[in-house]
Design a protein around this ligand. Structure first.
Ligand SMILES: Nc1ncnc2c1ncn2[C@@H]1O[C@H](COP(=O)(O)OP(=O)(O)OP(=O)(O)O)[C@@H](O)[C@H]1O
Ligand SMILES: [Mg+2]
Length: 355
């Protein structure tokens, strides 16, 4: 196991810079997830850590050793790709032992290590099969098995679950997390799925357009997003954003462009009349217990909870409630926000105003 340090890492293709000085410190044994929208540079960064892409500038270290010019196979890492990249003509056992055979490890040792990994992953009965005779989830496990047998310092995963159906994805998500709890190998995992990031990571790195927007534990990012982008990216359904300003006189509160008045936290420094973006998560709104008037547009029950979309003075807002309310589209209701859960953002920079 090893720590991984990415310092001011840049990547250009010709004149086009796509990673603009990324800094990430990963502790020994940590499970870190790089998350962000398509094209933000997650795979590129992971491939730079793996040594499959050159670093244009900056420094990447694994276990305290700078690896900028170290070949991939000398970095003591194992990567699992989205495509799994299994050899179709080899059995599961041969696939899993391939890298050890390549490294000329003794036959008996290969056998033992493959059997151990197969046991961890529940593949013991499938060792003689070929990949084409496996389900998607089983193939995914073989790809992980191939990484495990190498006993690397660091596991690198690039969207390993994106080929699986929703149910299997949830199952494999907990399997990978349990595997990490057992092996405690430093892991860097790329996904664009914020739920995967929230449920699996010790630490999340949110990226956008080649920049790191915020690094923190899942609940840090949920509770204290540094800016509007992170606030909107983490959480589902996403945070509501309402444009408006702080009241000029009377009680200090938020006045939406449509006229609705909403409470703001007490510990925030804002000026009277200041334009702000108001952020509140659907689960922090309450219905019909006072507050601003709104019209029900859509009701979406999921079973455990119900999502209610309302029109509040021209702004569409989603509220999540656990009670089964007898509501219909067109009804007028009141919406109240828990002021301690409100976020205020700078209109121009998008930065969080609450300190
Ligand atoms: N060889 C290349 N030449 C030029 N641009 C490239 C090259 N490879 C990647 N890019 C660009 O770099 C950016 C980052 O790509 P990358 O594959 O790292 O994104 P990603 O975050 O992994 O996205 P996704 O979620 O879609 O996999 C993209 O805008 C992509 O078009
Ligand atoms: Mg990618």
């Amino acid at each position: 196991m090893a720590s991984v340090s990415v310092a001011n890492a840049r990547k250009n293709y010709g004149h086009l810079e796509i990673l603009h000085g990324v800094d990430i410190e990963i502790k020994d044994g940590e499970f870190v997830i790089l998350v962000g929208p398509s094209g933000c540079g997650k795979s590129t960064l992971l491939r730079m850590i793996a040594g499959l892409e050159e670093i244009s500038d900056g420094r990447i270290s694994i276990g305290g050793r700078v690896v900028n010019h170290v070949a991939p196979k000398e970095r003591d890492i194992a990567m699992v790709f989205q495509s799994y990249a299994l050899y179709p003509h080899m059995t599961v056992e041969a696939n899993m032992g391939f890298s050890l055979r390549l490294a000329k490890a003794p036959k008996e040792e290969i056998r033992t290590r493959v059997r151990e990994a197969a046991e961890i992953l529940g593949l013991e009965k499938l060792l003689d099969r070929h990949p084409r005779n496996l389900s998607g989830g089983q193939r995914q496990r073989v790809a992980m098995g191939r990484a495990i047998v190498r006993q690397p310092q660091v596991f690198l995963f690039d969207e390993p679950l994106s080929n699986l159906d929703a149910k299997l994805r949830v199952q494999m998500r907990s399997e990978i997390k349990q595997l990490h709890q057992r092996l405690k190998t430093t892991t860097i995992y790329v996904t664009h799925d914020q739920i995967e990031a929230m449920t699996m990571a010790d630490k999340i790195v949110v990226m956008r357009d080649g920049y790191v927007e915020q690094i923190g534990s899942p609940l840090d990012l949920y509770d204290s997003p540094a800016n509007r982008f992170v606030a909107g990216f983490i959480g589902s359904p996403g945070m509501n954003f309402i444009e408006g300003k702080i009241s000029n006189d009377g009680p200090i509160e938020f006045i939406a462009q449509g006229g609705a008045r909403l409470p703001i936290p007490t510990d925030v420094t804002v000026a009277r009349g200041q334009d702000v973006v108001y952020g509140i998560r659907p689960e922090h709104l309450t219905i019909n217990q006072g507050g601003a008037q709104a019209e029900v547009m859509l009701i979406e029950p999921t079973g455990a909870e119900t999502q209610i979309s309302v029109d509040m003075g021209g702004a569409t807002i989603v509220a999540t409630v656990r009670d089964r309310l007898a509501l219909r589209a067109g009804d007028t209701i009141s919406i109240a926000a828990d002021p301690s859960k409100v976020h205020l953002f700078d209109v121009v920079s998008g930065r969080t105003l609450i300190v």
